[in-house]
Design a protein around this ligand. Structure first.
Ligand code: SAH
Length: 371
């Protein structure tokens, strides 16, 4: 071990939750320890739930001492918990800076999904999303992302195992690339959570350069928030489309699907009454998706205060689905969960000290996109 390091008093403690396996191996190499120490420590933290170095009994005494003086396992904390009538549970998770993000647990018959946040707020300004109205503060660290999973699993106990993770909470995960990739590595890591790559899904509004990069470094399932079949409408609803238009997005999806674990992309499409839900728009969507192996998930719009959008009537949603289905596209309608506690898609607001000042600008914007 390298005792020439600065003393603990003058040095910031290293949070071991910020490392994936490769990072932890590099860290141990730096302090003159063998790589297998990384696996031992990962198991203690993520499989045994041990955060006290003194209890990591298969490490040498001197290593435990070193870790105690130089490292920490620093989890975020719960600020609030709300349980919905359907079993969905929403937590406000407090980060050390005082900001809060939201994490949602969604139990189903055969799986239990955790919806995880990647940023404090969101820097994008999707018109129908309440997180967007909160503005943006900062990226979450790897420890703060994986910490949501650790906390939730601790809270739920060993009888209710989280089987799936979706990066569909607050934030645009691909704009926090490195930290999100490391956290997803830990979700899939055998020495940590050991989830299969089919059970970890990243959702993006379509940051195409990052989609290309992701396919090179990390193999998870991909969902794309599409919401419109034409550039004209998508430019309004999902403004990042102005930078990465549909032709680029579809090309990135084709490439990702070739190597991804599921061989298809899931497209999320929020149903907005009179905005994107007509039969001709469904036909345009069929055409757009004809070159990408696709599944479509129609999301009934979840209203939030100050929005002028309304959810399409169920009859319209069913007609829209039928157009897609009869063109051979597997289409599901997302069951809205946790509605009575505002835990549904796009309703996550956390407590964001907005640095973008967007919440001020958005307060005056009430009219829906009318195309
Ligand atoms: N920024 C990423 C991750 C967020 S995922 C992304 O855009 O994919 C959250 C999903 O819920 C996205 O598909 C988002 O477009 C959708 N959504 C946002 N607001 C919504 C609302 N009010 N009602 C229903 N779905 C919404």
């Amino acid at each position: 071990m390298n005792s020439a390091n600065a003393s603990a008093d003058t040095q910031r403690l290293v949070n071991l939750l910020d490392f994936d396996r490769k990072g932890l191996q590099a860290f141990f190499a730096e302090i003159g320890e063998k790589a297998f120490r990384a696996d031992q420590v990962l198991k203690w933290i993520y499989q045994e739930g041990v955060t006290d170095f003194a209890q990591m009994t298969n490490l040498s005494k001197s290593l435990r001492n070193y870790l105690e003086n130089h490292c920490e396992i620093k989890l975020p904390s719960f600020a609030a918990e709300q349980l919905a009538s359907d079993g969905t549970c929403k937590w406000a998770v407090r980060m050390h800076c005082g900001n809060q993000v939201e994490t949602v647990y969604i139990p189903e018959e055969r799986r239990a999904t955790l919806c995880v946040s990647s940023q404090v707020g969101c820097a994008l300004a999707c018109r129908f999303c309440s997180t967007a109205q909160q503005g943006f503060n900062r990226n979450l660290s790897t420890g703060e992302i994986i910490g949501q999973l650790v906390l939730a699993q601790q809270r739920l106990g060993s009888e209710r195992k989280i089987t799936n993770v979706v990066m569909m909470g607050m934030g645009e995960p691909l704009l926090n690339f490195d930290n999100v990739v490391k956290a997803m590595n830990l979700m899939m890591e055998d020495f940590a959570f050991g989830l299969s790559k089919r059970r970890v899904t990243i959702s993006t509004s379509g940051v195409t350069p990052a989609m290309h990069r992701l396919s090179e470094v990390c193999d998870v399932s991909m969902a794309v928030s599409l919401h419109a079949p034409t550039d004209e409408l998508r430019n309004q609803l999902v403004p990042i489309n102005q930078k990465y238009p549909l032709a680029d997005l579809m090309a990135a999806c084709r490439e990702y699907a070739k190597n991804g674990p599921r061989k298809h992309i899931t497209f999320e499409y929020v149903m907005l009454d009179g905005v994107n839900d007509s039969a001709p728009q469904a036909k345009l969507l069929v055409k757009l998706l004809s070159t990408v192996p696709s599944k479509v998930n129609l999301i009934p719009f979840n209203p939030f205060p100050q929005t002028a959008y309304r959810c399409s009537p169920m009859e319209t949603i069913l007609k829209f689905r039928d157009v897609l289905q009869s063109a051979g596209i597997v289409t599901t309608i997302r069951k809205t969960r946790g509605e009575d506690i505002d835990a549904a898609c796009g309703q996550l607001v956390g407590q964001v000290q907005d640095k973008s000042r967007r919440h001020l600008k958005l307060q005056v914007q009430t009219a829906p996109a009318n195309v």
